[in-house]
Design a binder for this molecule. Structure first.
Ligand code: ADP
Length: 200
């Protein structure tokens, strides 16, 4: 396990995890993003990509041999059994890479930024968990703007994740991400000081 305390930053898609993690980075706190790790474990030449290819055939790859994420997303949101299969293959690989990355952190604590922190039980690796609270309407708008996807796809993803309320109930600390970036910066600074006190 990591030498420094792990603080979870949990929030659904578009809740502001990356934005908030960047603000912590500016305070010198390292962060490991489970989404980045999830992308790395399916890069060209990885064992997980080979298994995906074997299961779904050439259709699941782009011309350059990399994963066709859009095609995969379509399959897993329309076929729950394929989603379970994908998770059974990818989650152990993600977990292993996450642990390696977390162990290398050298800041006072390290943030584990994760859209499915509780769903994957990885909150158990964390000393404390911060949940990001954002109203669903704002979340939908931010995802649609950022990813250029329609409302139905956005809602499918949001509804496949833990509800905002469930996440808040399970977390130790809450960050509201409804204000502008300056307001967020102030809230992050306050949270940083709280965490430093808690882990002392
Ligand atoms: P996540 O990493 O949780 O998926 P992001 O940090 O990418 O979410 O945020 C989703 C989108 O919303 C991004 O386009 C981001 O720039 C925007 N966003 C996040 N927080 C705020 C905020 N406080 N004010 C305005 N836009 C925001």
């Amino acid at each position: 396990m990591a030498v420094v305390p792990i603080i979870g930053l949990a929030g659904g898609i578009g809740s502001g995890k990356s934005t908030i993690a960047t603000l912590f980075n500016q305070l010198g706190i390292e962060s490991i993003d489970a989404d980045d790790i999830a992308r790395q474990v399916v890069e060209l030449g990885t064992p997980v990509l080979t298994k995906i290819h074997q299961r779904f055939g050439d259709e699941i790859l782009l011309e350059d041999g990399t994963l066709n994420r859009r095609a995969l997303r379509h399959i897993i949101f329309s076929q729950p059994e394929e989603k379970s299969w994908l998770e059974s293959v990818s989650h152990p690989a993600i977990r292993e890479s996450l642990i390696v990355a977390l162990q290398q952190a050298k800041s006072n604590y390290v943030l584990l930024v994760h859209p499915l922190l509780f769903e994957t039980q990885q909150h158990k690796m964390c000393r404390y968990v911060i949940a990001i609270n954002v109203p669903k309407e704002i979340q939908i708008q931010r995802v649609m703007n950022r990813d250029q996807i329609d409302e139905e796809t956005t809602l499918n993803i949001i509804n496949s994740q833990l509800s905002n309320q469930d996440r808040l109930d399970k977390a130790d600390l809450v960050l509201e991400n409804t204000g502008n970036i300056n307001e967020m910066n102030a809230k992050v600074l306050e949270m940083h000081e709280t965490i430093l006190r808690l882990i002392k």
